[in-house]
Design a binder for this molecule. Structure first.
Ligand SMILES: [Zn+2]
Length: 282
């Protein structure tokens, strides 16, 4: 079970009122970065977890009904801040990325898929099945912009079937997952609720810590630490509010019994500080 070198980069950000993502939060809008994890496996090379925003978001949401998405979620991304541009600035050709794990199909996770021509894509079967054939209105409600998906996406993809998931003893059997590289180094963990087929990742980092990327199961780590789930209004944007709440409760139980695990949340800048920023590693 080799450890993985991990660093994080931010590919744009959006704003939301804090209260909508955490009970008792402020009414004022705050910035939520779109995190991309850059993993380096000793044999499998470079692996990305998600791809952040790209300026394509603005092109794809230029007209109605898509402009409602941009209105509801104001997005800020400069061409030089995309995952591909940041990797290039750090001396990495985006074509060297061999694998991208797509945790779910929201714009801030699939925005950069087209920038990685050689990558294979891994995702939970349910995640793409739920969005790929949606008509515009339903796609909008699911937060899915089909224009982000490369034309040869399915040809370059490996879908993980639900039957491949098994309860993980390490996580007290609270969550199910699958060993995606076959050597125990990277577990894809189902975290139902936020979006169809929403998943997190569990691995050991270069410092020997168990890292659990919980992606969008919560938006601020404090919300988990202080038991402050999102405002009911956030249910409007959830795939399955009951499953979201169930996942939230299970994460709380896991955190109580496994404080040794480091929990990292996609949109929570505070939680990112425990890991190096991309560029600081080499
Ligand atoms: Zn999301």
């Amino acid at each position: 079970m080799p450890p993985l070198d991990v660093s994080l980069l931010h590919a744009g950000w959006c704003t939301h009122p804090e209260f909508s993502v955490m009970r008792g939060g402020r009414f004022s809008a705050r910035k939520f970065p779109a995190m991309v994890a850059v993993l380096r496996h000793p044999d499998r090379g470079l692996i990305l977890v998600d791809t952040g925003y790209t300026p394509r978001f603005h092109t794809l949401t230029h007209r109605l009904p898509w402009s409602l998405y941009a209105w509801l979620t104001p997005v800020f991304i400069a061409p030089g801040d995309t995952a591909a541009a940041t990797l290039r600035a750090g001396g990495i050709d985006p074509a060297a990325v061999g694998m991208i794990i797509v945790t779910h199909f929201h714009a801030d996770h699939i925005g950069g898929l087209r920038d990685f021509p050689e990558a294979r894509f891994i995702w939970l079967e349910e995640a793409y099945a739920a969005v790929k054939s949606l008509r515009p209105r339903a796609a909008l409600l699911a937060g899915f912009l089909a224009g982000f998906v490369p034309d040869d996406f399915e040809k370059r993809s490996t879908a993980v079937a639900t039957e491949q998931l098994a309860p993980l003893a390490e996580l007290d059997f609270l969550f199910s997952g699958v060993d995606i590289l076959g050597d125990g180094s990277l577990m894809l963990v189902a975290l139902p609720g936020h979006a169809a087929g929403h998943a997190g990742l569990l691995f050991t980092d270069q410092a020997g810590r168990r890292i659990f990327l919980t992606i969008d199961a919560v938006w601020l780590k404090r919300s988990l630490d202080e038991n402050r789930p999102p405002h009911p209004i956030a249910r409007l944007l959830m795939h399955d509010a009951r499953a979201f709440r169930d996942t939230f409760e299970k994460l709380r139980r896991l955190q109580a019994s496994h404080p040794e695990i480091t929990y990292v949340v996609t949109h929570c800048e505070e939680s990112h500080r425990v890991l190096p920023r991309f560029g600081a590693l080499r």
